[in-house]
Design a protein around this ligand. Structure first.
Ligand code: ADP
Ligand code: MG
Length: 452
């Protein structure tokens, strides 16, 4: 039995606000972290995307934060992207009661942000660049900040924000409580922990990488001429999808093509204004568009409920990118499908990436039934947006998959990740049978507490 929020020390008013949103039972990272974080300890948490980290740090912030004076927030949450910062603010506000939460990031005007800071913000959620601008303009000072969260520290590092993060951490009150969360805890992230955390309590949940195995992974041969059509069919079969393209231009072009063949789509990339990006995201979250077409940078940290499918329209640059992209679906214990559209010249790279990730699914012909029959797919069968290509062969791997409506493997055992050499032996057998079962959500996996 996992403890309840109340048993972990969460104040009643927060518990009630969460219950109104249907959040009644803590996820694993929350059970692991809340008591220590509420007690004011430093936290260093590794957990995959979708495991519920926002509440793990948001609840202790709201419960403990003091009232801020003008320009001097008391708690700071650093996040790598605007979308992520917005999502954190929205999530925290949902149970914040009288605690004032505001967000600052670049790409939008300064006025509203300045006004909020002047009035006083208890918990400030910020992207590093804009926060440094506002500090230079003397609109905000971090001197009263005694609680800090560094969210998605690994992405912060990927995006080159570590020097800025260090400069910001150097300006806070002495010995603040720091809570750091990341999908990986090595490299730059390890040095942040070493230099800025005081005997952090460490929690590590799931594997070193975001949990992609909760989703079903499909790899299909497509020619360049049929790629758009196949992607559109996947969107229709799944009900909604995030489609990844390599370039901004590629995103815009695909959005136009989708439009022409009747798939409602919106593009989101760094070339679009913050307003356009926010509108695209809202339209997608509300179901007004079926496909969100994104570049890798734009999609970092996006969380939209119930994304049924991720489509790798262009191949990811490397296996880490595959994980980040694929982690947009099958979140919070739900199913999802990840489809890679592989063109003839891309097979070698694909094999390499699959080896890195230990994903052994075969490269097959297009098989839309594999998408439709998944519980991550649309609940009602939808007509393909365009007529299916009649010459297409069914994929070799077309055994029915969990069309029975049962929950996904609630008691599936955790399969421990073996070292590379030990795995090689099993590989051919597993590839043949290809019956690797999706594991339960990372949040339900056994957790290792590695320090205290
Ligand atoms: P992460 O930051 O680890 O990627 P989030 O904090 O964004 O994950 O949480 C993912 C989703 O799960 C959010 O929609 C959040 O509201 C939901 N969620 C978090 N905790 C719970 C819970 N205990 N019960 C139900 N839903 C939850
Ligand atoms: Mg998060």
């Amino acid at each position: 039995m996992s403890p309840t929020f109340a048993q972990l020390g969460v104040p009643d008013y927060i518990g009630r606000a969460l219950a109104q949103r249907g959040i009644v039972e803590p996820f694993e990272i929350q059970s692991a972290v809340l008591a220590d974080a509420l007690a004011g300890n430093d936290i260093c948490g590794r957990a995959p995307t979708g495991s519920g980290k926002t509440l793990a740090f948001g609840i202790p912030l709201v419960a403990n934060v003091d009232r801020a004076g003008p320009h001097k927030p008391k708690a700071l949450v650093l996040a790598p992207t605007r979308e992520l910062a917005d999502q954190i603010m929205t999530e925290i506000r949902s149970f914040a009661g009288g605690v004032r939460v505001a967000v600052v990031y670049g790409g939008v005007g300064y006025d509203a942000q300045r006004r909020a800071l002047r009035r006083g913000v208890d918990i400030l959620v910020a992207c590093p660049g804009r926060l440094e601008d506002l500090i230079d303009q003397r609109e905000v000072s971090l001197s009263a900040v005694d609680r800090i969260v560094i969210d998605e520290a690994d992405r912060m590092a990927d995006m080159g924000f570590i020097p800025a993060v260090r400069r910001l951490l150097d300006q806070t009150a002495p010995e603040p409580q720091t809570m750091l969360f990341s999908a990986t805890l090595d490299g730059d992230v390890a040095s942040l922990t070493r230099d800025y955390q005081h005997r952090p309590v460490r929690y590590e949940i799931g594997e070193e990488t975001p949990d992609v195995v909760a989703a079903d992974h499909l790899f299909w041969n497509v020619s360049s001429t049929e790629r758009t059509e196949v992607a559109a069919e996947v969107v229709s079969a799944a009900g909604s999808a995030i489609v990844f393209c390599r370039t901004r231009h590629g995103c815009d072009r695909l959005a136009r093509r989708f439009d022409r063949i009747g798939v409602r789509a919106a593009a989101i990339h760094g070339g679009r204004s913050q307003n356009q990006r926010t509108r695209a995201l809202q339209a997608f979250a509300a179901g007004r568009v079926e496909a969100l077409i994104a570049t890798d940078v734009a999609a970092r940290g996006i969380h939209v409920e119930g994304v049924s499918a991720v489509i790798h329209y262009d191949p990811p640059g490397d296996h880490k990118t595959y994980l980040h992209r694929s982690g947009r679906t099958a979140r919070a214990g739900r199913g999802g499908v990840v489809v890679s559209l592989v063109q003839p010249g891309q097979v070698k790279e694909l094999r390499h990436m699959q080896r890195e990730l230990d994903l052994q699914q075969p490269l097959t012909d297009v098989d839309l039934n594999a998408v439709r029959s998944l519980d991550g797919g649309a609940s009602r069968p939808t007509e393909p947006a365009v007529a299916a290509n009649p010459t297409r062969q069914p994929a070799v791997d077309s055994q029915p998959r969990r069309a029975d409506g049962k929950p996904r493997h609630p008691d599936a055992k955790q399969r421990s990740r073996k070292p590379e050499r030990g795995r090689a032996k099993n590989r051919s057998r597993r590839r043949r049978s290809n019956n690797r079962r999706p594991r339960p959500a990372a949040a339900r996996r056994p957790m290792a507490k590695t320090g205290a």
